[in-house]
Ligand binder design. Structure first.
Ligand code: PLP
Length: 407
């Protein structure tokens, strides 16, 4: 008899965005004329940078000629892209990352989800709460999260609450943990850590032989000085951290798919007998076995985002969304909501008024204003009492949504 991985059936059925879709569809069915503005799901709306389109066309033409055709590529990514990443994302910030510490992938979702393959299930995992759901769900699938409890939490995960009371600064866990997920700028709260605040975690990981899985998918949105763009700006981080990056939110690649992960060669884990093993080697083994590389055409498109023209186009995409963020922030503040984020991130995290729950305020906005946001509770227990607005929408619709809310 075929038995299944029962961890999968322990995970709650309704994924956040499918429940939102269900409520929106019901509202639409009851109000067919309603003009709904979506500020929920974090997908981008502007097209790819022109530089990437040109690179795609040129690479497609190369694939059409036998002299330039390429079949299977290196699973870790082509050198042209790895070298470009080294120069532009790291060397330019004084960080020494080698091309063979970079693994090009089809995005940060796969990598943040798959990275667990190289860690034993006995490791204790700490995750900031609220969080991007992939961290918890993939640990649950692997059996590392333990059992779900009545509080909608897992008994083997150490939750690190980030809320108004602690100014969204995660506090060190009181019990020893081995794997720590940090995401900055943060999805969903839009908040950041300063270098000193991040250094506290690097020190903890160093002292406890733990690893930090640092998700920097929103790095391009950082505008303030003292916010680190990479965890490797912190001394000692190359010995304790893996960093995930993505072209999705930087350059509109959500449907085009490209990201990369840094696994420094100075990073080690241990066997049960205490033997020191390179995580870079393990990830190389994992990727070359289970992943066949990001398409050549797409890697050329990603490379083009670093050209002079590409950089200008990426900058204007980011500025467009951040202008939306400013509009959302100021409008919500004007109606008296407490808001966080939206300065170094395209998300605005708003406290619901009058102690309403996340879903109550979600329903109010949907039914009364025809606006879709994301209920904070969907990102974890500490997200209760908040909602997330995304700045990835179209400008006119963002302005219209804020006008409706302000009425
Ligand atoms: N990490 C965070 C925090 C995200 O919010 C997202 C997407 O929303 C991802 C990773 C996934 O990025 P990608 O499109 O590169 O898979």
């Amino acid at each position: 008899m075929l038995t299944i991985n029962e961890n999968f059936i322990k995970i709650p059925e309704t994924y956040l965005f499918s429940e939102i879709a269900r409520r929106v569809n019901q509202h639409k069915a009851e109000n067919p004329d309603a003009e709904i503005i979506r500020m929920g799901i974090g997908d981008v709306t502007l097209p790819l940078p022109e530089a990437s389109i040109e690179a795609i066309i040129s690479a497609a033409n190369e694939q059409g000629k036998s002299e330039t055709f390429r079949g299977y590529g290196p699973e870790q990514g082509y050198d042209f892209l790895r070298n470009t990443i080294v120069e532009n994302d790291y060397k330019s910030r004084g960080i020494d990352i080698k091309p063979d510490e970079i693994y090009v992938s089809d995005g940060a979702k796969s990598d943040t989800g798959n990275i667990g393959d190289i860690f034993d299930i006995s490791n204790k995992v700490a995750i900031t709460d609220p969080s991007y759901p992939v961290y918890i769900d993939t640990n649950a699938m692997a059996g590392r999260a333990g059992e779900p409890n009545s509080n909608n939490q897992w008994n083997n995960i150490v939750y690190i609450p980030c809320n108004e009371e602690n100014s969204f600064i995660p506090q060190l866990p009181t019990e020893k943990v081995d794997i720590i997920y940090l995401c900055y700028p943060n999805n969903p709260t839009g908040t950041t850590l300063t270098k000193d605040q991040l250094a506290v975690w690097v020190k903890y990981a160093t002292e406890n032989q733990a690893v930090i899985l640092f998700d920097a998918a929103y790095e391009a949105y950082i505008s303030e000085e003292n916010v680190p763009h990479s965890i490797y700006e912190i001394e000692g981080a190359k010995e304790v951290a893996i960093e995930f990056r993505s072209f999705s939110k930087t350059a509109g690649f959500t449907g085009t798919r490209c990201g990369y992960t840094i696994v420094p060669k100075t990073l080690f884990g241990f066997t049960k007998d205490g033997e020191k093993i390179s995580l870079n080697k393990l990830w190389l083994r994992r990727q070359t076995t289970k992943f066949n590389g990001t398409p050549y055409i797409i890697q050329r498109a990603a490379e083009a985002t670093y050209s002079t023209k590409g950089k200008e186009q990426v900058k204007s995409l980011v500025e467009y969304y951040m202008q939306n963020a400013k509009i959302i922030r100021t409008s919500l503040e004007k109606i008296g909501l407490k808001v966080f984020g939206g300065v170094n991130a395209p998300y605005i995290w708003a406290k619901t008024p009058n102690g309403e729950t996340s879903w109550e305020y979600f329903d109010y906005l949907l039914k009364e204003k025809n606006i879709v946001c994301t209920p904070g509770a969907g990102f974890g227990t500490s997200g209760e009492g908040y909602v997330r607005f995304s700045a990835f929408g179209n400008r006119e619709k963002t302005i219209e949504a804020m006008a409706r809310i302000s009425k």
